[in-house]
Design a protein around this ligand. Structure first.
Ligand code: AMP
Ligand code: MG
Length: 315
């Protein structure tokens, strides 16, 4: 017997199935965005995983986040063991993600110049199998890239199944530097927040978990870091006169970051504002968040072939 026809035109059974599927997809997604609620039913107050997450729909005031924060850790040595522990967790979970070959993890790193994107990649991913990671660094777009829609070059670098992808700068530049330097008019960049949310939602529906980190340094800390690049002959290659020019737009960048983070932190692709004046604390927070998220994704080694116990290898 045919089922009752729903308002949308399908049968009641169909629409119930669709709703159930949608709910379980939403459940999976929000669990991925709230790893601590899966890892432990009652998250302990310390460490406080969601501490730096930007809740969807909540505004961001960067001036209210202390870039010097380091919880109860006083100095680098105090956090070293915990960082090593989270690195080991990431290495183990990455091996599972790769073997499972079904889903992937995309990490987005954004910061002001000298904010520590390169240092984060170097220190957090030490010990992870390079075969399972792909780092993409985005500079000003080439002529070919500029001739396409703004997401084109980023979409091509989204990690394939089993992989961890790291974006060192990202599609967010197209609402940050592009806005601050007036590279395109507001009618062009403003609709991009929605486009970005739709893009990340689409990625999440095809098995890509997206985590975004804003490394939050103070203006004074940037001055110290630029000065140390100038003072150290081995760091001078990193110094760019352009960084001094960008620095003059500090307040404009803060406003652009606040609006970008506030408009694009979603359940499926949350932003984390990471206090980053202490490099070691920044590494710890990012490693912890990645490890917890991977753990919540719960990647599994594929089941082995049947009957392996009876298998012997010929001489
Ligand atoms: P760095 O990361 O220090 O090598 O610098 C890369 C430069 O490329 C920065 O000044 C960025 O602002 C710039 N950049 C990255 N993406 C874009 C973009 N979509 N449009 C314009 N400039 C960009
Ligand atoms: Mg630079």
């Amino acid at each position: 017997m045919a089922g009752r026809t729903s308002a949308a035109g399908g049968t009641a059974a169909e629409s119930r199935e669709t709703r159930t599927a949608a709910r379980s997809a939403a459940g999976r997604q929000s669990r991925a965005a709230r790893p601590e609620q899966v890892v432990v039913a009652d998250p302990p107050p310390e460490p406080d995983y969601p501490r730096y997450r930007v809740e969807p729909g909540a505004g961001v005031r960067l001036a209210d986040v202390d870039p010097d924060e380091s919880e109860h850790f006083g100095r680098k040595k105090d956090a070293a063991d915990e960082l090593a522990h989270h690195r080991d967790r990431i290495a183990d979970l990455q091996a599972r993600l790769y073997a499972e070959n079904r889903r992937s993890l995309l990490l987005v790193l954004q910061a002001m110049d000298t904010g520590g994107k390169d240092g984060t990649i170097k220190h957090v991913f030490r010990g992870v199998n390079p075969q399972g990671c792909q780092v993409s660094s985005f500079k000003a777009p080439s002529a070919e890239e500029s001739a396409h829609d703004f997401l084109w070059r980023y979409h091509q670098r989204v990690p394939s199944r089993g992989m961890i992808g790291i974006f060192n700068r990202s599609h967010y530049e197209d609402v940050l530097v592009v806005r601050v330097k007036g590279l395109v008019p507001e009618e062009v960049w403003r609709p991009r927040y929605d486009v970005i949310n739709q893009f990340e939602q689409a990625l999440s529906l095809s098995g890509v978990t997206v985590l975004k980190f804003y490394l939050h340094i103070s203006r004074d800390e940037q001055k110290r870091r630029l000065e140390s690049r100038l003072a150290d002959p081995d760091k001078r290659w990193k110094f760019s006169a352009n960084d001094l020019r960008e620095r003059r737009y500090w307040d404009d960048y803060m406003a652009a970051f606040e609006e970008a983070l506030g408009n694009t932190s979603t359940d499926v692709a949350p932003w984390y504002v990471v206090p980053a004046n202490n490099k070691w604390y920044r590494n710890l927070v990012i490693a912890r968040t990645i490890a917890d998220t991977l753990e919540a994704m719960d990647p599994r080694y594929p089941a082995p072939e049947e009957g392996l116990d009876a298998v012997t290898v010929d001489d």
